[in-house]
Design a protein around this ligand. Structure first.
Ligand SMILES: [Fe+2]
Ligand SMILES: [Fe+2]
Length: 367
């Protein structure tokens, strides 16, 4: 039986869906073909793009958010000024392409495609028995649907499913259209895997919580921040690949990036909804006590935001600059090209607060 919305919220919208409903795509769409690969989603008779698997998923997320608002709970928001700039930025990327130093840009676009494909691992995230670990009811929430379609839809959107390409294949197509099937450096995947950070055991911030529950909240926080920050990457990709000065297919490649970008909206929205639902609830600890969901969600969001606005962009910048300088030498570019490149860099000083700062802690940026 379908659980009904609680009477006190008096919502007309449906808030409970089956696994298959969450995965359903609008019927009758003209498929999106990207550089010969059939991709997900498609176009309606008016030519508008519809993201895949949003027939019920999109209204479901809206209904869960409306329910949160009706209950007076906040929806988690990541401040835009936390978003580190792209490195190289659009002007720097154009400088490189015009100078014939194409490898760093081909590499950057290939990394984006590979990282999108890694998104498939979200279907393996373990969801504990939330009804036993959260004190308040969770029927008719995003939380109750994480393992009832939301994670699976997300995984399929990123990595493709069966004969349909997803974001991985769409980024490859955008790259190949814009840069005319460039030679792809063969070490891209190995360098991502070798750059470390993936096998580090997760530090427990809340050992009083069920380990799987802490792992889930930590993953939701990490993935939300990554998805929000990806907006900067999409904007970069759209502007660069839509620019006829450097792109061989400005309309087609740019449109592809915009399709991918619109598919990301349900990811950001279900993640922030689920985190907000946890934040508005009380979590049970393993010793029989309780802890507020807000204190856990805020601490884990703060931890992720702190790392992704300070050490991570610094490391990535240093790494990328080294490979850009190497590519310039390989392409026989004049020495002043690196100076020009550096002069175009977007300065970034991470804000001192993440918006989820501990009330009086020692961890994180100084207030
Ligand atoms: Fe994606
Ligand atoms: Fe995504």
């Amino acid at each position: 039986m379908m659980p009904l919305p609680s009477p006190e919220t008096s919502l007309a919208e449906r808030v409970a869906f089956s696994f298959d409903e969450i995965l359903a795509t609008d019927p009758g769409l003209e498929p999106l073909i990207a550089n010969g690969v059939r991709c997900h989603g498609g176009f309606d008779s008016a030519g508008a793009y519809h993201s895949p698997r949003t027939l019920h998923r999109a209204p479901a997320i809206r209904a869960w958010q409306a329910r949160l608002a009706a209950e007076g709970a906040d929806l988690v928001t990541i401040a835009r000024d936390l978003l580190p700039p792209q490195y190289p930025n659009v002007a720097q990327a154009k400088l490189l392409l015009r100078a014939g130093v194409r490898d760093p840009i081909v590499r950057a676009l290939t990394i984006i495609a590979i990282v999108e494909g890694f998104g498939a691992v979200i279907r393996d995230v373990r969801v504990p028995e939330l009804r036993a670990l959260v004190r308040e009811p969770i029927d008719g929430t995003a939380l109750a649907h994480l393992d009832r379609g939301l994670f699976e839809a997300h995984a399929r959107d990123e990595a493709g499913h069966r004969n349909e390409g997803g974001h991985k294949q769409m980024w490859e197509a955008a790259r190949d259209l814009a840069l005319e099937n460039p030679r792809v450096p063969t070490d891209v995947l190995m360098r991502i895997l070798g750059s470390g950070g993936r096998a580090v055991p997760r530090r427990r911030s809340f050992p009083q919580l069920d380990e799987t529950l802490e792992g889930l909240i930590s993953t939701l926080s990490n993935v939300l921040v990554i998805e929000v920050f990806a907006a900067g990457t999409f904007d970069w990709g759209d502007r660069l690949l839509s620019d006829p000065e450097v792109s061989a297919a400005p309309e087609h490649a740019g449109a592809m990036v915009r399709c991918i970008r619109s598919d990301e909206t349900p990811h950001v929205e279900y993640l922030r909804t689920a985190l907000s639902e946890l934040r508005a609830r009380t979590l049970r600890t393993v010793d029989g006590g309780t802890i507020s969901g807000k204190s856990v969600v805020d601490a884990l969001l703060h931890r992720t935001l702190y790392v992704l606005t300070t050490s991570r962009p610094r490391e990535q910048r240093a790494d990328t600059r080294t490979s850009v300088a190497h590519a310039m030498r390989g392409a026989g570019a004049p020495g002043r090209l690196l100076e020009e490149f550096d002069a175009l860099e977007t300065p970034f000083a991470p804000p001192t607060r993440t918006g989820f700062d501990p009330a009086s802690g020692t961890e994180g940026p100084a207030a």
